[in-house]
Design a protein around this ligand. Structure first.
Ligand SMILES: [Cu+2]
Length: 236
């Protein structure tokens, strides 16, 4: 990874996205912007052609409607050439997203620590490892809807559901992963900036779906240690 062709900071469309705080974010945003521009150009071309046809082939006095079966190659070309072009652009987009997908979904680096996140109607039940860095020990720290992680650390996320399908969504982290009952799904991220960032549920999971919001708190290494010891004033 790290090829300059993936550098996307200068692309204006990215100003609309929430601020990126993920180590892999620039590569993912580059994929977003490539798709945005390719699809955008095709959208404008298709709409322009549609309006051209509406205006120039409108009903007029003395002009009869024609039935065009489209059996000639010249007629078929109107469909086949755009279809081949679209397929070509599709392959280009696939080619660009494969390494990014591989990095994020398949290439999970060794985690500095792992957080267990359980979705249930209608809260995120979050278990952080304590000072020993391990889950399932007495010093684990549990919270509701509040995730605490140190900055610049690879954080593994184990996702489980106690009832229905939820989806953990952290827009600033470019993170969205379905949470499926009966499965333990492993994901990861690495925050590159401290701060508080919104989390939500992105899968309609019942009447309280809209309440499944919370915060991701990215702390400096010192603040994270303070939080573990219960000394961080603002934290629960
Ligand atoms: Cu939910």
């Amino acid at each position: 990874m790290g090829s300059d062709s993936f550098s996307a900071e200068s692309v204006s469309m990215l100003q609309w996205l929430p601020e990126n705080i993920a180590s892999y974010g620039p590569r993912m945003d580059a994929v977003f912007s490539n798709i945005y521009y390719i699809v955008g150009v095709w959208f404008l071309a298709a709409e322009a052609f549609l309006f051209f046809c509406i205006i120039f082939f409108r009903r007029r006095k003395g002009r009869k409607a024609a039935f065009i079966p489209g059996h000639s190659y010249a007629a078929m070309a109107w469909v086949l050439i755009p279809a081949i072009l679209v397929l070509g652009f599709d392959l280009v987009m696939d080619h660009q997203q494969v390494p990014v997908r591989r990095e994020i979904k398949e290439g999970a680096p060794a985690a500095d620590q792992t957080v267990l996140i359980k979705g249930k109607q209608f809260v995120w039940d979050i278990t952080h490892p304590g000072a020993d860095g391990k889950l399932g020990t007495p010093d684990d720290k549990e919270t509701m809807n509040q995730i605490y992680v140190p900055v610049d650390a690879v954080v593994g996320i184990d996702l489980q559901s106690e009832d229905v399908i939820h989806s953990l969504w952290i827009p600033n982290m470019r993170f969205k992963q379905d949470v499926v009952p009966g499965r333990s799904i492993h994901a990861w991220f690495k925050a590159i900036k401290t701060g508080d960032y919104k989390i939500g549920c992105a899968e309609l999971c019942g009447v309280g779906h809209g309440n499944m919001g919370g915060w991701l708190h990215v702390l400096s290494a010192q603040d994270y240690q303070k939080w573990l010891k219960g000394e961080l004033a603002s934290a629960n």
